[in-house]
Design a binder for this molecule. Structure first.
Ligand code: DP6
Length: 323
């Protein structure tokens, strides 16, 4: 049995759309920060039984269930690489401080790729692990690494993987993960991004602007300019969400509270504090700020929205084998 722990990541320049669905190749590079507070632990055991004799088994949230298609994709590749045809038993647990809809496929597939490949006797490089994790979920390609990470879109299977930009992170950047809604997403990211690709006339503009934002984001990270990272991140997030609002039919991941918080963040900025918002395929915003401003920002959030829950995250590490 091999067990791995992988941390989730928040994209600052987002991945939103696949050039190749079968190969999981994105339209544009993305840049993320791995977070230290949310992680998945997954163990994989290959039994003596063959896959013809016994199907794979998956233990999750206290019960046995059939592995998902995305999991099977990763396990099939592991078996092909290792030349092995054994049944896999996978046990997985998500560690999230609040009971939020914050469990992420990014940490799940980075942990599965790492534990599964090691259990099969493979010793993969971080590039190979990133490629493998990508076949589970695109964002998982980045959770193989810690700190700031860039996923090179590439043009084919072997050229599409994540690389480290900066790890460890020597400046005090913090991400405050806010929880406005814990209900499961109605439109999963896989379907949501494909809808934007096919039905938003703004999609080509998204790819162009996201690509143009990469160099300034890399520069802001290299300079440790938290304000600039936040600014670029907020603009990129809103540009991504504009492709859902502009699709036909349109949809949105915003909840009323999401907009309320965005307005509050803008107000907080007028008081001289640096605080920016980003948002993935769900209503829960993440605020980018400097560590020294966390207390003033959360005090203001609490005054305006007394029921709001949050978790303060710092840069997190790369995937680890823990057993
Ligand atoms: C908005 O990686 O969950 O979080 O590759 O289809 O599994 P699939 O999608 P997923 O999408 C993540 C979308 C995002 C932006 C990002 O993390 O870059």
């Amino acid at each position: 049995m091999t067990k791995a722990r992988a941390y989730t990541n928040i994209a600052l320049i987002k991945y939103w759309g696949k050039r190749s669905i079968t190969e999981m190749i994105p339209y544009n590079n993305s840049i993320s920060l791995t977070l230290d507070q949310f992680y998945t632990e997954t163990s994989v055991t290959f039994t003596e039984a063959t896959t013809q004799q016994k199907p794979d088994q998956f233990y999750f949230q206290g019960q046995w269930q059939a592995p998902t298609n995305k999991m099977t994709r990763v396990l099939t590749r592991i078996r092909q690489m290792a030349g092995l045809n054994r049944q896999a038993i996978i046990k997985s647990e998500n560690f999230v401080p609040t009971s939020a809809g914050l469990a992420s496929s990014a940490s799940a597939f980075a942990a599965l790729a790492t534990a599964g490949s090691r259990a099969a006797g493979l010793n993969l490089s971080s590039r190979e692990l990133s490629i493998l994790a990508r076949h589970g979920s695109g964002s998982a390609s980045r959770s193989v690494l810690g700190g700031f990470v860039e996923w090179q879109a590439g043009t084919d299977d072997q050229s599409s993987y994540a690389q480290s930009l900066l790890d460890p992170v020597p400046f005090p950047i913090v991400v405050i993960a806010l929880v406005v809604n814990t209900a499961p997403k109605k439109i999963l990211s896989t379907a949501g991004m494909q809808h934007s690709v096919e039905h938003s006339p703004f999609y080509p503009a998204w790819v162009k602007t996201a690509t143009a934002a990469l160099a300034p984001m890399r520069a802001a990270i290299a300079q440790g300019d938290i304000e600039q990272i936040g600014k670029l991140g907020e603009t990129n997030a809103m540009q991504m969400h504009a492709t859902t609002l502009s699709a036909n039919p349109p949809f949105t991941y915003f909840a009323p509270e999401t907009l309320q918080i965005w307005q509050l963040v803008q107000e907080i900025r007028t008081k001289g504090l640096s605080c920016y918002l980003t948002l993935d395929a769900g209503p829960n915003p993440k605020l980018i700020c400097a560590k020294q401003d966390v207390a003033s920002i959360t005090t203001q959030l609490h005054q305006a929205l007394p029921k709001l829950a949050w978790t303060v995250c710092q840069p997190g590490p790369a995937v680890q084998i823990i057993d």
